[in-house]
Design a protein around this ligand. Sequence first.
Ligand SMILES: CCCCC/C=C\C/C=C\C/C=C\C/C=C\CCCC(=O)SCCNC(=O)CCNC(=O)[C@H](O)C(C)(C)COP(=O)(O)O
Ligand SMILES: Nc1ncnc2c1ncn2[C@@H]1O[C@H](COP(=O)(O)O)[C@@H](OP(=O)(O)O)[C@H]1O
Length: 357
Amino acid sequence: MASVQRRAASKTASDLSGSPNNMAASTSQAQAVSRRNPPYLPTPLERIALGIFPVILVFGTIFSIVSPDIRASPYDHVSQSHHQDPSIAPSYFARKNNVFNVIFVKRGWGWVTFAFVFSLLMQPTGKTPPAVVLARRIRAGVRWVAVTGWWFFVTQWFFGPPIIDRSFRWTGGKCELAQREVAMGDGTVKEMLTAVACKAAGGKWKGGHDISGHVFLLVLGTAFLMQEVGWPALRFSGWHAEERCVVMSDGAVKSASAESETAVGEGSGESAFNIGGKTAIGIISLSLWMLLMTAIYFHTWFEKVSYKGASRLMQQRKLIVVLQFTGLVTATIGVYTIYYVPRFVPVLRGVVGLPGI
Ligand SMILES: CCCCC/C=C\C/C=C\C/C=C\C/C=C\CCCC(=O)SCCNC(=O)CCNC(=O)[C@H](O)C(C)(C)COP(=O)(O)O
Ligand SMILES: Nc1ncnc2c1ncn2[C@@H]1O[C@H](COP(=O)(O)O)[C@@H](OP(=O)(O)O)[C@H]1O
């Protein structure tokens, strides 16, 4: 990787204007790339955007620990929530049946998809030839399929139970009712390998590490919209001279704009976010709010940080602090694979492209 960086350092700004259209933006491009963001790491702006997630989780956790009301409220580790009675719950947002949870998060991927499709269709195309616009939309669709596939595998189905349920069982989790019924010789309960099936049968899904589906979905959906709406808006308006770098097939490191048909700042003077972009910002804001609510009211500190074997120790009431936000990590794996690996693997970039390029 050091040799790649040395090669990048030896590049001049003229290396970066691979397409003739890029000449117009040469000054800001040259400044941006003179900072040479390594292709395999987030750019400074991306670091700020992605850094919001751990900040929210840490802040929410600290808040839940220091708030006297939350500390005083009874918490049930099996349901992973405070008491649900409206008169006892520490907040409206501590209730699972709050309208934002039922209508927004529980259908979260539908909302994220809606915001993505709407913003993609509303994205200003300027003087870009229709064939280029179409190719961009197809590549954006391929990225949606990839991100949706990851969401689907983690939360819905993975050649049987989804990854969340499989990891719960790998870390020692079981359906308590199923255990009892198996002992009584009821073969049908052996099928209860998912949290949904277990809860539907009135069982208790307990004992393992439960990756937070809410944290996973909210982080993945937000990061996806940030990438898909943020980068095209940034390039079109040209309001921030920052650029992703990519590794070319000959090993050279160039600005991602070298592969674009259009110049940065084509729509300078226009608002960076039109109605489509603003809708996506709305969904992002609501997602971040709900992520904060999850961090404050759902999953205790121990659940958020538990690891294989932790549940056994928790039963022994020993305190364990291992920093491992698994919902966040699982979402990050998907985001890195779909938005960062293509920056340094040209073959993959040829299939999924980069947002806004
Ligand atoms: C993926 C299909 C997308 C279809 C929508 C796309 C475009 C529609 C265009 C116009 C419609 C306009 C607005 C309507 C937008 C959304 C409404 C919602 C539609 C749906 O419900 S589609 C169903 C999508 N399913 C989900 O999003 C499920 C998300 N939930 C989960 O993944 C899990 O429940 C969990 C991870 C949140 C956590 O689970 P638990 O731990 O709580 O069990
Ligand atoms: N922000 C939020 N608002 C309401 N309920 C939330 C929530 N975050 C998590 N939950 C609930 O807490 C439980 C654990 O969620 P997760 O593992 O996805 O983080 C889920 O309960 P149910 O499965 O009973 O609906 C979920 O609905």
